[in-house]
Ligand binder design. Structure first.
Ligand SMILES: C=C(OP(=O)(O)O)C(=O)O
Ligand SMILES: [Mg+2]
Length: 575
């Protein structure tokens, strides 16, 4: 019997394939005393040898499908397996303390991990802690006779089923075989969901129970447009969704025709439809989808993809590639936004009760000026290759903006003094994603060159509802009149000072939000590249005067998110 489930639609598209459970098995063990220590040592050696064979295969596969760099992590794992200090310590423990191999491995591993993690001034050794943890899991799985999921070995079409996916898990998915993913946890603006959209993989998050409901290899349908999941579908359901997939492809082909057009409304007004990117690799999607600018380059992925802080030169190359690739079209580069759900293995952050309210983004940059200044220098040097605009994330106060701007000016001056060419007209702006900044937008507008509204965070901070928590996702309300009024306040404040206002949160590519934003006069809309043509097509049939009436009604007469959504749908003939 087929089973239906609903989750939060996070990335468009339909997929039909077998489930692949990316779920860690239970690796818990009991500590036991053993008399046959030789036998126990032999069990350990077998498990190590099986782990080694497995890692060799995984390494080769990863190299083939993901590239040399992604595959290197498995080399590091094999080195630990071959390291007599580590494996020797486990064997010693079995013999000396007469304990089972699982307990000896677990305890030695914990010691190594704590030792590496304590070396806070040695990034290389700190990273080894994560490697030791991974290798321990692999050996333990063989000792316990359970199987670890090995996503790098996937060689047939699958739908990934997981509790949650971190941005780095998502980066390792091979698009050739991974047709979709479904998770228990998460919200539409979690970074794994954002990455799914840029990879053009259908995704559903926050299903709550998919890891309980879907068994390995079971056939599944994932409808990333509506958030529907069907496990073990009937033939009729498969046929129905094959048709839906065809319709979706036809719709996409229709949008494709707008690729080289400007974005004009029905009454002939031009607005900039831009794209968000995470790495220079995403440029292809931006160009293929005809985006008119890059409204947000999330540079933290450059830091996350690296084993250590990226050097000034590495960063320079990445920024230059993006600026050149856009051929003079504007590129808004956001300085590093680490913290919240984005971590760096080599930059341990303090454990926090509320990481989204803690040490992150500009707060880290102003504290760790060595990191910040390096990034600004790389940006300044790259600025001559295109139209660079720099944006600071998570600005709460004017002092923060002034401090960031001051550091930017200092670095610019130092480079110029050395005779390095930099663009003299780089605009500097801020993300508006903290309600304090949205409320004081009139004061900020006097000092910044532009605003870009980050609704992903602005909504979570205004509604006090974690953007990634499916239990409070009902409160994550982009169309709530409170959010709309804040957004309007920001746009009006910018315009009053002759500045421009954009939006780079996911709401900028939302077909219900866009008519409201047009009505409020938002200048720039930056979204997943895959939404650009859909939104251009929508804007083409809307008139700004009509949308102004709708936006005014939403902000002044309606009271709930749902009322606003229903009104916009009816007024713009959307289903
Ligand atoms: C665009 C935003 O930034 P991020 O999603 O990276 O937090 C936002 O908060 O809306
Ligand atoms: Mg944000």
């Amino acid at each position: 019997m087929s089973k239906q489930l609903k989750g939060i639609a996070a990335s468009d598209g339909i997929a039909i394939a077998k489930a692949y459970r990316l779920v860690e098995p239970d690796l818990s063990y009991n500590k036991k005393t053993v008399s046959d220590t030789d036998g126990e040592t032999k069990r350990l050696e077998d498990a190590i040898s099986k782990s080694n064979d497995e890692l060799k295969i995984i390494r080769d596969k990863a190299k083939e499908s993901l590239g040399e760099e992604e595959a290197q992590v498995f080399d590091a794992h094999m080195m630990i397996l071959a390291d007599p200090e580590f494996t020797g310590a486990v064997k010693q423990k079995i013999t000396d303390e007469k304990v089972n191999a699982e307990a000896a491995l677990g305890e030695v591993s914990d010691q190594f991990v704590s030792m590496f993690e304590a070396m806070t001034d040695n990034k290389y050794m700190q990273e080894r802690a994560a490697d030791v943890r991974d290798v321990t899991k692999r050996i333990m799985s063989h000792l316990l006779g359970v199987e670890l999921p090995n996503p790098a070995l996937i060689d047939e079409e699958v739908i990934i089923v997981a509790k949650d996916l971190t941005p780095s898990d998502t980066a390792q998915l091979n698009k050739k075989f991974v047709k979709a993913f479904v998770t228990d946890l998460g919200g539409r603006t979690a970074h794994s969901a954002i990455m799914a959209r840029s990879l053009e993989i259908p995704a559903i998050v926050g299903s709550e129970t998919i890891t309980k409901d879907a068994q390995e290899g079971q056939k599944m349908i994932v409808d990333g447009i509506n958030g529907d999941i069907i496990i073990d579908p009937t033939d009729a359901q498969v046929a129905e969704y094959q048709q839906k997939a065809k319709d979706f492809a036809a719709q996409k082909a229709e949008w494709e025709k707008l690729k080289n057009e400007q974005t004009l409304t029905a009454d002939g007004k031009h607005y900039t439809v831009a794209a968000n990117i995470g790495t220079p690799k995403d440029l292809t999607g931006v160009v293929d989808n005809g985006a008119e600018a890059i409204g947000l380059y999330r540079t933290e992925f450059l830091y996350m993809d690296s084993a250590e802080l990226p050097s000034e030169d590495d960063q320079f190359e990445a920024y230059k590639a993006v600026l050149e690739g856009m051929k003079g079209k504007p590129v808004v580069v956001r300085t590093m936004d680490i913290g919240g759900d984005k971590h760096l293995p080599y930059l341990p952050l303090p454990e926090e009760m509320n990481p989204f309210l803690g040490y992150r983004a500009i707060r880290i940059s102003l504290d760790r000026q060595d990191i910040f200044r390096t990034q600004l220098r790389a940006l300044l040097r790259a600025s001559v290759y295109g139209k660079l605009q720099i944006m600071f994330p998570m600005i709460a106060t004017l002092q923060e903006f002034r401090a960031a701007k001051q550091i930017f000016e200092e670095e610019k001056q130092k480079l110029q003094d050395k005779g390095v060419k930099v663009d003299n007209d780089i605009q500097t702006g801020i993300m508006i994603e903290i309600p304090a900044a949205a409320v004081l937008a009139d004061q900020f507008a006097k000092e910044v060159d532009f605003f870009s509204i980050g609704t992903n965070d602005l909504i979570q901070y205004t509604m006090a509802a974690d953007r990634g928590n499916e239990h409070v996702s009902y409160l994550y309300q982009p169309y709530n009149p409170s959010i709309l009024r804040l957004v309007k306040n920001v746009i009006d404040a910018a315009h009053k000072e002759g500045k421009w206002a954009g939006m780079c949160g996911e709401a900028a590519g939302d077909p219900i939000m866009v008519p409201l934003l047009l009505g409020m006069g938002l200048d720039e809309y930056s979204m997943s590249a895959t939404s650009v043509l859909k939104i251009r097509s929508l804007m083409k049939r809307l008139s700004t005067a009509d949308m102004k009436a709708i936006a005014d009604k939403a902000m002044n007469e309606l009271t709930t998110n749902d009322e606003v959504a229903a009104m916009v749908k009816a007024a713009t003939s959307q289903k």
